[in-house]
Design a protein around this ligand. Structure first.
Ligand code: SF4
Length: 333
């Protein structure tokens, strides 16, 4: 075990598939299938992949919203899955989530002040007579005004609602924030404002982020490291600059080729991905990406590539960069 702030080791989350409510388990959805990573305190790991890659499930398992099938999570060296209920509850306060859809996650019948006050009261964070002051402070922290505490969610724009979602997450003074597609429901101009806000807050409050997104361009400016997920596994991981300048895995290359470049004089080839992501129930043999990969080889259909170091803190799981050692497909449930 390293002394990382957050360490995730061989995390798996399988969902049982039944044909009827009382029938036996027919198969499993391999949503997260052996994911390992660590994040240093105050840093950001961008976790990227298409819908169905398992990235959101990773976040939900870390927060305890879903139970892991197997694996380990260490939070400042503490084995999270071994904690008793009380200790787990107090640890969970140190981890908060920011959702993709701020409107859906805010109670439409409560004022912003009411919502933030409820969080402060449930967790006994400030005395009743200090609550208004703390709410005003939280609103100010996310770029809103104290008078906004008397308004309802529908009276705000999408960007402002996401600021409220961030204020609510910050109310319990967390150390780790799992930001699950926090800007994908927003206009591009607003996205930049929210990303800047998250960066400012990270600096000010020494926050650690797991930033989940389907779009590589979104994680580029906020991440120290980026991990790319495909069908429940991390297929490439590197420092942000390294990943964007030297993407190795064909899947990362395809995702990157879809990122628009603001300069029209710099053109690049758009690598189209064939078909959709494969079903996580019936996983293909060998490399999980082989039916969509433009560089597929015979070997890719038989052997599952292992995540291997390619130097400079850069790892990838692809036979294009590996020797001839045999790697059998993981045993599954
Ligand atoms: Fe493509 Fe083969 Fe690499 Fe998989 S292992 S990404 S199929 S080249």
């Amino acid at each position: 075990m390293s002394d990382s702030f957050l360490q995730v080791t061989n995390l798996k989350k399988y969902f049982a598939v039944r044909e009827g409510l009382f029938s036996s388990v027919k198969s499993f959805v391999h949503a997260v299938d052996g994911v390992s990573f660590e994040i240093e305190k105050g840093k950001t790991l961008g976790l990227v992949g298409e819908s169905g890659s398992g990235k959101t499930t990773v976040g939900r398992v870390l927060l305890g919203l879903l139970e892991a099938t197997s694996g380990e999570v260490y939070f400042e060296g503490i084995k999270v899955f071994e904690l008793k209920r009380k200790a787990l509850r107090s640890l969970r306060k140190r981890m908060q989530i920011i959702f993709q859809d701020p409107y859906g996650s805010l109670n439409p019948r409560m004022t912003v002040g009411g919502m933030l006050g409820e969080v402060l009261s449930i967790h006994h964070l400030v005395r009743k007579n200090e609550r208004r002051e703390r709410i005003a402070e939280l609103l100010y922290l996310v770029g809103l005004q104290p008078e906004h505490m008397n308004r309802y969610p529908h009276e705000f724009s999408g960007g402002q609602r996401q600021r409220i979602g961030i204020a609510r997450a910050l109310a319990v003074e967390p150390e780790l924030i799992i930001a699950d597609e926090p800007v994908s429901a927003l206009d591009v101009s607003i996205q930049a404002q929210i990303l800047n806000l998250l960066q400012d807050l990270q600096e000010k409050l020494k926050l650690t982020y797991l930033f989940i997104a389907h779009d590589l361009s979104v994680v580029k400016h906020i991440s120290d490291e980026v991990a790319v997920m495909y069908l429940g596994k991390i297929v490439e991981r590197a420092g942000c600059r390294e990943l964007f300048s030297h993407p190795l895995h064909p899947y990362t290359q395809a995702l990157l080729s879809a990122v628009p470049i603001p300069d029209p004089r710099r053109r690049k080839e758009h690598l189209m991905l064939r078909g959709d992501i494969t079903s996580p129930i019936h996983l293909p043999r060998g490399c999980r990406f082989h039916n969509r990969c433009p560089q597929v080889m015979d070997r890719c259909k038989k052997e599952e590539p292992r995540l291997q170091k390619q130097g400079n803190n850069h790892t990838t799981a692809c036979h294009l960069y590996q020797g001839n050692q045999m790697q059998t497909t993981d045993k599954r449930l």
